[in-house]
Design a protein around this ligand. Structure first.
Ligand SMILES: [Mn+2]
Length: 456
């Protein structure tokens, strides 16, 4: 599958090789930053100068700003849905994307869906960009690990592992000594936190009594006979001890009402960057993508891109500090949500955070609330935050169980937001919208009705 995209990369590669004044425009999330890391490294290797612009969106206004910097753009992890904007502003452009919204163009356009590959699940923006890099030079196969960082960051794992074309990329990564794959616990911090802290910080899934309570985690570990020293990390345990911890956590979760699908997701394939040092946040792809997300969400995308390209000094230290801040804000957001609770409607529930949670974090908080006692796990959630313009940013999240029953949050948000002078869209399981402040109640009523129709 991957090879088909590599073969189809020729127009993009020609474009890059002939570019005179190149700007790399990329989405600001983990997948976008990974895409730019891969592209920038590949361009460095052929000695092609370029500037990099991470961006949240690519509308007319933003395109005009970018045009002032340079006339030729390669757009990564976005662009397929913005062809008219690109046509309006640039004589020369190319696209590497995996999103489904497709406009036709005669410019170099690499998109998974053009090869009948499902870009939602089987390959990310970083994966498509990796295919182009591989077409430029076989040397770039060492960037396969960063492509998987992008896929994991874009939540492309299905039942605990990546699938489809992403598996071809994994194969490249293994063959080139940059990736290792094993079955293991998928909680955040295997490499970076002492065991008790590792458990207490794990909010996905939320384990009632353990998450957020280090003292309880300490007693839990003592009770099951595992070491509690502050110098013992999960990766320091032997295989038997690791297995013991996992089975005890599952038992604990089941007896504390954690949905079994969340507990199942706790174990699966773990992707590690073979060349990175143990006990660093970038040792595994999940940690790496979280670091990138923190950079992007706090408008420091370029720092994350440098880390993707191999910087392990100044930029890496900055990125780690951003991650610390990011995680603190998320904990505070979760705390706020749990203290204030949700408002349950007929077919969904609302968390109205107003100005108490940043709009850039509201979606992550909404997702993390599943499995907590704060929300009803059998209904979708819409979390609202007031954005810079004073309007509402809405982030909707659901479970696969609901999607299987017919729920499509992307469709529901798009339709309901448009009705009330906003805009929205996204995936079946996760979507977002912007809603004028005065239209909030009308929007929520329409959304309730729409979701009810989808689920009936
Ligand atoms: Mn993406």
């Amino acid at each position: 599958m991957l090879e088909r995209i590599v073969e189809g990369s020729e127009p993009v590669v020609d474009f890059l090789e002939n570019a005179k004044d190149l700007t790399v425009v990329t989405h600001y999330d983990a997948d976008g930053l990974a895409s730019a890391g891969i592209m920038s490294k590949a361009l460095d290797r052929i000695g092609k100068p370029h500037r990099i612009v991470p961006t949240k969106q690519l509308n007319e206004e933003r395109a005009k700003e970018i045009k002032k910097m340079g006339k030729e753009v390669i757009v990564l992890d976005m662009g397929s849905g913005q062809v008219p904007v690109l046509e309006n502003n640039f004589d020369k452009f190319a696209i590497c994307d995996h999103h489904e919204t497709l406009h036709e163009t005669d410019k170099p356009h690499l998109n998974a869906h053009l090869f009948d590959i499902d870009g939602n699940k089987e390959i990310s923006g970083a994966g498509v960009t990796y295919a182009a890099a591989k077409a430029m030079s076989k040397k770039n196969k060492d960037l396969a690990a960063i492509a998987i960082v992008g896929a994991v960051g874009d939540m492309q794992e299905t039942d605990g592992q990546v699938i489809g074309t992403n598996r071809d990329i994994i194969k490249d990564g293994k063959e080139n000594n940059v990736l290792t794959v094993k079955n293991d616990i998928k909680l955040y911090g295997r490499h970076t936190r002492p065991l008790a802290q590792f458990l207490s910080y794990s909010s996905d899934p939320f384990l009632p009594g353990l998450t957020g309570d280090e003292a309880n985690c300490y007693s839990f570990l003592e009770k099951i006979g595992l070491p509690t020293g502050s110098d013992v990390y999960y990766v320091d345990l032997d295989r038997e001890q690791q297995k013991k911890l996992i089975s005890e956590l599952v038992t604990y979760g089941l007896s504390h009402g954690v949905p079994d699908f969340l507990l199942q997701n706790m174990v699966g394939e773990v992707y590690e960057l073979k060349q990175e040092r143990n006990k660093t946040v970038i040792k595994d792809c999940k940690g790496f993508s979280t670091l990138l997300n923190a950079c992007g969400r706090h408008k420091k995308g370029r720092i994350g891109i440098e880390v993707c390209k191999g910087n392990r000094e100044e930029e890496y230290e900055k990125a780690k500090n951003l991650l610390k801040m990011h995680r603190r804000l998320l904990r505070e957001g979760m705390q706020w949500a749990q203290n204030n609770g949700v408002n349950e409607k007929e077919n969904f529930q609302v968390l109205d955070a107003g100005e108490n949670i940043k709009e850039t974090l509201i979606g992550i908080v909404a997702g993390m609330l599943y499995g907590t006692k704060t929300i009803n796990n059998s209904k979708p959630i819409v979390a609202l935050a007031i954005n810079k313009e004073g309007n509402y940013k809405a982030s909707a999240r659901a479970t696969w169980t609901l999607v299987r029953k017919g729920l499509d949050l992307g469709e529901a948000l798009e339709e309901c937001a448009q009705k009330f002078d906003g805009e929205g869209g996204g995936h079946t399981i996760a979507a977002g919208a912007r809603i004028p402040r005065a239209k909030k109640e009308q929007f929520l009523t329409a959304f309730d009705k729409k979701v009810g129709e989808q689920l009936s």
